[in-house]
Design a protein around this ligand. Structure first.
Ligand SMILES: NC(=O)c1ccc[n+]([C@@H]2O[C@H](COP(=O)([O-])OP(=O)(O)OC[C@H]3O[C@@H](n4cnc5c(N)ncnc54)[C@H](O)[C@@H]3O)[C@@H](O)[C@H]2O)c1
Length: 390
């Protein structure tokens, strides 16, 4: 039996534990939990974990829980504070992304892990997904030569969650570079085998979502539900993505504003890599249905490798030979097969049979790049990305 302690037993970590983690290690048991919402967390626990003890603090759980490993699944603002504490315990740690939401948090986290023996799996399923690994293998095997350029897109079909669910709370997320692009900037650095060193970014706020509808408004209480494209009835009628349950208004004043902070409808970043390559990343949150796209095109003098997780295909073009190839990946796994890979990494780390492919440095590098993008979009100028160890 592997004894896991969980800080913040929410929906994401709960579904990972019950799904991929337990698929890889059926003997995994949640034996300790730190979560102020004991009732809610207990309701999410699997039957085999119902004996889990709830503790007041992480230190209490580590002292008394006889743990083999830790997982941190709180919302974004608490990842860094708990991980800083966990760095002192040396237990294998599964850490949700983003690993920090501010420069102060990120620097403190970096310091906490200097000299720490705590091995970490940062929750970056895209980097370890089979399609991304295949692209990386081809690029490492010279399919494009020296990578010179990258284009990456993320047309999100389920973007309304960032306005109708708790992700709308800017104090907790700090916007969608940190919340969403942290995955993409991470896998781009992996593909190009080079850190991002400079960013110029733009964003559009309050053009689509947010607005002046009353705070606290739900569709069920709204006089416009019949005509509004976002009501559950109309989403169902039009076959569009988004919750079909009664939900908070995505045009509400409580989505925040430029003044108080709010998520962006879309944002883009021009990226410079330490290798000298450059590229562009764009994320769009109001798109739906067949507009969904997420992936990258990496090119160099010798060739182009491109892939998209929604079409589940990778195409490799040789620039100087009459051959092009498209490969199809298998389907059906969560996060494009990345979650099960993270589970293998984490269980392997606990068993001492595997190293993490997403150690703490990957989380930090990505956060530093996302913080630069956020600052650049807010201030309208190029921003140098802080590098680990500087
Ligand atoms: N890696 C991915 O692909 C991916 C996907 C989805 C979500 N996420 C991340 O997962 C995180 C959690 O999202 P979620 O939807 O599961 O949220 P959630 O609200 O369902 O879960 C958060 C949990 O933390 C608990 N909590 C609150 N305050 C706490 C405290 N002080 N100490 C300990 N626990 C506390 C809450 O009671 C809740 O149980 C987010 O940061 C999100 O960015 C990552």
């Amino acid at each position: 039996m592997l004894r896991l302690g969980v800080v913040g037993y929410g929906r994401r970590i709960g579904s990972l534990i019950e799904g991929p983690f337990r698929a890889v290690e059926p003997e995994l048991r949640v034996v300790g939990v730190v979560d102020p919402d004991e009732e809610g967390a207990r309701a999410r626990l699997a039957t085999c974990d119902r004996e889990a003890v709830f503790y007041e603090s992480l230190s209490d759980m580590v002292q008394r829980g006889r743990l083999d490993a830790l997982a941190i699944g709180t919302r974004c603002n608490l990842h860094a504070p708990y991980a800083i504490e966990a760095a002192a315990y040396d237990l294998p740690l599964f850490l949700e992304k983003p690993v920090a939401i501010s420069m102060d948090q990120a620097v403190a986290l970096e310091r906490a892990f200097e000299g720490s023996d705590c091995p970490v799996v940062v929750s970056f399923p895209l980097r370890v997904s089979p399609l991304c690994m295949l692209a990386r293998d081809y690029i490492a095997a010279d399919a494009v030569g020296d990578p010179v350029h990258v284009t990456a897109v993320n047309y999100v079909p389920y973007g309304t969650v960032y306005w109708e669910e708790d992700y709308r709370d800017f104090a907790i997320t700090q916007g969608l570079f940190l919340q969403k692009a942290t995955h993409d900037l991470d896998y781009l650095m992996f593909l190009l085998a080079s850190p991002i060193v400079r960013v110029a970014a733009m964003a559009s706020w309050e053009r689509v979502f947010g607005g002046d509808r009353p705070a606290g408004l739900f569709c069920s209480e709204c006089d416009d539900a019949q005509s509004c494209l976002e009501s559950p009835e109309n989403r169902a009628r039009h076959g569009t993505d988004g919750s079909r349950e009664d939900h908070r208004c995505v045009f509400g004043s409580d989505c925040g504003s430029r003044l108080t902070g709010t998520n962006e409808d879309c944002s883009s970043a021009l990226l410079e890599f330490a290798s000298g390559a450059h590229g562009v990343y764009t994320q769009v949150f109001y798109t739906r249905r067949d507009a969904a796209a997420r992936g990258a095109t990496v090119s160099g003098y010798l060739g182009t490798v491109s892939f998209d997780w929604y079409t589940n295909e990778l195409t490799r073009v040789r620039h100087h030979a009459p051959f092009s190839a498209t490969e199809h990946a298998g389907e059906g796994a969560s996060h494009f097969g990345g979650d099960i890979e993270l589970a293998h990494d984490f269980i392997g780390l606990i068993r001492g049979t595997q190293e993490s492919r997403t150690p703490i440095d990957t989380g930090l590098r990505s956060v530093y790049a996302c913080l630069a993008a956020k600052e650049s979009a807010e201030r309208g100028r190029f921003v140098a990305v802080r590098q680990i160890g500087t």
